[in-house]
Ligand binder design. Structure first.
Ligand SMILES: Nc1ncnc2c1ncn2[C@@H]1O[C@H](COP(=O)(O)OP(=O)(O)O)[C@@H](O)[C@H]1O
Ligand SMILES: [Mg+2]
Length: 230
């Protein structure tokens, strides 16, 4: 049976990480795999309804839930929202839970914000990735003007911090601009990372059935992440 950990990080917030993760989970489940899509902390939770965490749970088929989920009301960076709420995200609990879960099922770990947004008072997403060493780490980026800068900056900073990125997934923005559809071929000017997929604007269910997402799944389960083939 297939198991392991795939991290989904982004160049920023509101750029398609959850949507991409949900589509990936749906496609993996359709291949008969056991999947848990999980996000350790969500800010901007209104009336106890954590939109992302609920969406990720709804496409997961693994019986186990995530290790711990911190829900925070203020719609700001998780570290700031936690400070305001007097709460703490215990990364040791998250790590222990994920290490157990990844032995059993495929875990899709969405990290909030951008790759260099503070996760807690003392940790960046890269600190969590350094401990977990996922089988693959996908960098989601919006297919819009400005993304080449964000990809160049993120790739360079990731390299400086020793964060291993597998490749880039472009997510179509709600409003296309003149660059949309033309960014992927230019990535080589700013980053050595491969473009793994170019996702169109679709519902999660529709997206999961596209050739782009099917090919992405094959790449993540195949040569790019051989360790997932247990
Ligand atoms: N490829 C896509 N097709 C349709 N809607 C999308 C797509 N990517 C993102 N969205 C929508 O855009 C909004 C922001 O995306 P989301 O995945 O929540 O971003 P993030 O997790 O990076 O904050 C959500 O409403 C989401 O459903
Ligand atoms: Mg999200």
């Amino acid at each position: 049976m297939h198991h392991g950990l795939i991290a989904i990080v982004g160049t920023g917030t509101g750029i398609g990480k959850t949507h991409t993760t949900c589509a990936l989970a749906t496609a993996l489940v359709a291949r008969g795999l056991q999947v848990r899509a999980y996000k350790p902390v969500e800010s901007g939770v209104v009336d106890g309804f954590a939109e992302d965490i609920q969406a990720l749970a709804s496409v997961s088929n693994a019986p186990q839930r995530g290790p711990t989920e911190l829900l925070l009301p203020d719609p700001i960076s998780p570290h700031l929202a936690a400070r305001r709420a007097g709460a703490t995200l215990d990364l040791e609990v998250v790590i222990a839970g994920l290490e157990a879960l990844r032995q059993e099922v495929i875990v899709l770990l969405e990290l909030p914000g951008g790759l260099f947004s503070p996760l807690t008072e003392t940790a960046l997403p890269g600190d969590l990735l350094a401990r977990l060493r996922p089988e693959a780490t996908v960098l989601v980026a919006p297919d819009r003007l400005g993304v080449l800068h964000d990809l160049g900056a993120t790739t360079r900073a990731a390299k400086a911090d020793g964060i291993a990125l597998t490749g880039i997934v472009f997510s179509a923005p709600a409003l296309a601009d003149a660059s949309t559809g033309f960014n992927a071929p230019e990535v080589g000017k700013v980053s050595a990372l491969p473009v793994l997929a170019n996702l169109p604007r679709r519902t999660v269910a529709e997206l999961a059935k596209t050739d782009e997402v099917r090919a992405l799944v094959s790449k993540l389960l195949g040569d790019d992440a051989a360790a997932l083939e247990a």
